[in-house]
Design a protein around this ligand. Structure first.
Ligand code: ZN
Length: 390
């Protein structure tokens, strides 16, 4: 029976090694592959861009940083966002969103809700077991991650929930710019698990913006990459009503054209499209048409332009600047914002520490300094000061 003992021992050993790899390395390996950027160091930047960049209030509508097995307070070699990078990039406010569930083989054409990458990632990243089976718990957990980071940040990271939180932060940052504000957002209301009461539960966890859908159609409405790409469901209508009561911002990124139209018909507050491109410079199913841009801007909405090739055609800063120019020409400069999708399983040219590269590209594109102030963050900050809850 000696051979049986040996076999059992070998099996247990392999299980242990496999477990260690899975729970401590797998998530990190995926992260490294998924969130790359090109620049290893800053290229030569004009003095004008450098000076201007230091005077900006920079804000970004979308980062998936919370999904990854990283300490946000420490600089990591890979990835786009962490506290040191945000400080180095002179960022005032970063929206952190919770990714809830993504389909295997995710694409911009058609995805069902039948598969899920995030279960394995949640296990590999050693998230609480509650998150392995509950989509709502995944949102709760990611909020806790950011709140824990805030506590350990020695005041360098401040989560804003209200207008006065943001105003106080802006006042404090005037005398000490070694701090960043964070705001919580959700990517896909399958996080509600079909329960209206979870709108309030997630609000209480600190979330202030909800993206209605992600890569597949859910209980609320149709995704631009779903199988049916439908409009707003009856449950979705109740959700919108409740969100507006609570002053939770609506994010229409990833929404199907029908969903966008139907939400715009009933929304009484301006909406956000947190990370997108525009069909006018890159014709993709994922991007907004001219009619959609006008519909959203006419009601005071914000358009966050993405930094990845799927949004603007290439990762070059000039491509981002061109999409911003197109949008500004069509609907006005006051609606154009940053929607990086940093750490959103995309490759970018620069990371958060290197945002001055974009300031330079906007100057080259011919935007004035006032316009650059607006695009790089002032539009978003003014919007939040107006539309966050009291
Ligand atoms: Zn997204």
């Amino acid at each position: 029976m000696k051979w049986l003992k040996r076999l059992l021992f070998a099996f247990l050993f392999l299980l242990l090694v496999g477990g260690i790899i899975f729970f401590f390395f797998a998530g990190k390996i995926v992260d490294k592959q998924m969130n790359q950027s090109t620049l290893t160091e800053l290229p030569k930047i004009s003095e004008k861009a450098q000076k201007l960049h230091q005077t900006l209030n920079i804000a970004d509508w979308h980062s998936d940083n919370l999904l990854w097995d990283r300490n946000i307070l420490k600089r990591s070699k890979h990835g786009h966002v962490d506290l040191p990078k945000l400080l180095e990039g002179n960022v005032t406010l970063q929206v952190f969103d919770a990714v809830i569930k993504t389909p295997r083989g995710q694409n911009y054409n058609s995805n069902s809700d039948g598969t899920d990458n995030i279960t394995l990632l949640a296990m590999g990243n050693r998230w609480h077991p509650k998150t392995w089976s509950s989509l709502c718990e995944r949102a709760v957990y990611q909020s806790e991650l950011l709140h824990k980071a805030e506590k350990k940040s020695n005041g360098q990271l401040k989560i804003v929930r209200t207008r006065s939180d943001l105003q106080n932060f802006l006042n404090a940052r005037k005398s000490n710019n070694n701090q960043v504000a964070g705001m919580l957002s959700i990517e896909g209301l399958h996080a509600l698990e079909g329960k209206l009461e979870n709108v309030e539960r997630l609000y209480n966890e600190g979330y202030r913006m909800y993206g209605l859908v992600h890569f597949f159609d859910n209980e609320v409405g149709g995704s631009s990459a779903g199988t049916k790409k439908g409009g707003l469901t009856d449950f979705g209508k109740q959700v919108i009503k409740k969100m507006e009561e609570k002053k939770i911002l609506i994010d229409l990124a990833h929404a199907s054209p029908k969903l966008i139209r139907e939400v715009m018909k009933i929304a009484t507050r301006p909406v956000v499209v947190s990370h997108t491109g525009v069909k006018g410079t890159h014709n993709s199913k994922r991007n907004l048409s001219d009619a959609e841009l006008k519909m959203i801007a006419n009601k005071g909405g914000m358009i966050g332009i993405g930094f990845w090739a799927g949004a603007v055609g290439s990762i070059q800063p000039s491509a981002i600047a061109k999409a911003m120019r197109y949008t500004a020409n069509l609907v006005g400069i006051d609606h154009v914002c940053l929607g990086s999708d940093f750490d959103g399983s995309v490759k970018t040219y620069f990371n958060a520490a290197q945002l001055v590269v974009l300031t330079e590209a906007l100057l080259k594109e011919g935007f004035t300094e006032t316009e650059i102030h607006k695009i790089m963050g002032q539009n978003q900050i003014d919007f939040l000061l107006k539309y966050l809850p009291d």
